[in-house]
Design a protein around this ligand. Structure first.
Ligand SMILES: *Cc1c(COP(=O)(O)O)cnc(C)c1O
Length: 364
């Protein structure tokens, strides 16, 4: 497979040849029997990938569309919500909740730090009642993985009084363990273009019975994003409410086979091992991490540029001289970090190439 660019940004990620081939298959009728069979396969496989017994809705959108769908369906204007933000994507929940006129409390942590589950639970108890709690599982802007399992445990004593738990798992799902049902996640959002090894264009959104009940009650306007209609159409008619990106569905079908044949536990372990390999190599080069040691993400690493070198210059040299595409910093982190993705279809050789290039750049 000819790969002219070593695509090492944290999404979109490289797509395996079998998945690319599926993209090139003839387009099918979106209401025909073939599409219904495809939808049924996808629904079953997505449940496995999300570790849920409930429905995973498929929207033609980027990941942010799935996030907006969650906000539009769960909230009414004036609802009190808590957002836990550890970086740029946490702030996206703040912006979305504000756009839908929620009353937003924010619990913020400095860049490079994860949330502290006990503090989040304490804020829920002290500051609530909140309709919903919005969190980021893996903060792609800082390379921090939050301990969602521990948060679920900390919230468990609240029982049915706990707020709806809404998780941005766009850069973690399929690569880092996320037990949607066991951890009481009401809505989990991911995108096709990160660890799912599929081109961008699909937002995948799991909905618990509690989330569906909230969607019945909520008064925020929504049409394209309506969970109620999408859920009904998926369950009763095995289709999406509107024309889906059928080529992407065909691609995701193949990508999920690859994932499930590998097995989720193996995928989690592989991502851990590749991340360790890359982190050890970066540390050996004397590079410093933005994220604290105990919370470093297994899907993306944020590194500080070496002394005297601008992050943007480093990104440009990697691209121009080595054919390696890494990402710079986002928002307030622009110029302060560069980020290397290691999720989805990635090999040790892909990461060794980044380390080799960095070694040469550091020497010159
Ligand atoms: C990539 C990403 C998003 C945004 O997804 P889009 O597909 O660009 O809308 C949101 N949250 C996290 C954590 C991400 O990594």
């Amino acid at each position: 497979m000819n790969r002219p660019i070593n695509l090492r940004i944290p999404g979109p990620t490289p797509v395996p040849p079998q998945v690319l081939e599926a993209m090139a298959r003839p387009v099918i009728a979106h209401r025909g029997p073939e599409a219904k069979a495809l939808m049924d396969r996808l629904r079953a496989k997505l449940r496995q990938a999300f570790q849920t017994d409930h429905e995973v809705l498929i929207f033609t959108a980027s990941g942010t569309g799935g996030m907006e769908a969650a906000v539009a369906n769960l909230l009414s204007p004036g609802d009190r919500v808590l957002v836990v933000s550890v970086g740029v994507f946490g702030e996206r929940w703040v912006d979305l909740a504000n756009a839908y006129r929620a009353s937003v409390d924010v619990l913020r942590y400095p860049h490079g730090f994860p949330f502290v589950p006990e503090e989040v639970a304490a804020q829920v108890q002290r500051g609530g009642p909140y309709r919903a709690l919005f969190v980021t599982h893996n903060e792609t802007s800082t390379g921090v993985a939050n301990d969602l399992g521990a948060l679920a445990q900390a919230l468990a004593p609240l029982g049915e009084a706990r707020p709806l738990l809404v998780v941005d798992a766009i850069s973690s799902l399929a690569a880092i363990d996320l037990q949607t049902d066991a951890w009481g996640c009401d809505v989990v959002v991911t995108g096709s273009q990160k660890a799912l090894m599929t081109p961008p264009g699909l937002a995948l959104v799991s909905v618990s019975p509690r989330a569906l009940a909230a969607a019945e009650r909520a008064t925020n306007p929504r049409f394209y994003w309506d969970f109620r209609r999408m859920h009904r159409d998926a369950v009763e008619h095995k289709q999406t409410s509107f024309t889906p990106a059928v080529s992407l569905l065909q691609a995701l079908d193949v990508a999920l086979d690859l994932l499930l044949e590998e097995g989720l536990p193996h995928s989690f372990r592989r991502h851990q091992e590749l991340a360790d390999f890359f982190r050890n190599g970066a540390a050996d080069l004397g590079l410093e991490f933005l994220a604290q040691a105990h919370c470093r993400s297994n899907t993306v690493t944020a590194l500080l540029p070496p002394q005297g070198m601008a992050a943007e210059a480093l990104v440009k040299r990697l691209r121009d001289e080595f054919g390696i595409e890494v990402a710079g910093g986002q928002g307030p982190l622009k110029g302060k970090v560069f980020r290397v993705g290691h999720m989805g279809w990635v090999s040790r050789e892909d990461l060794q190439a980044v380390l080799d290039a960095l070694r040469i750049i550091l020497r010159t």
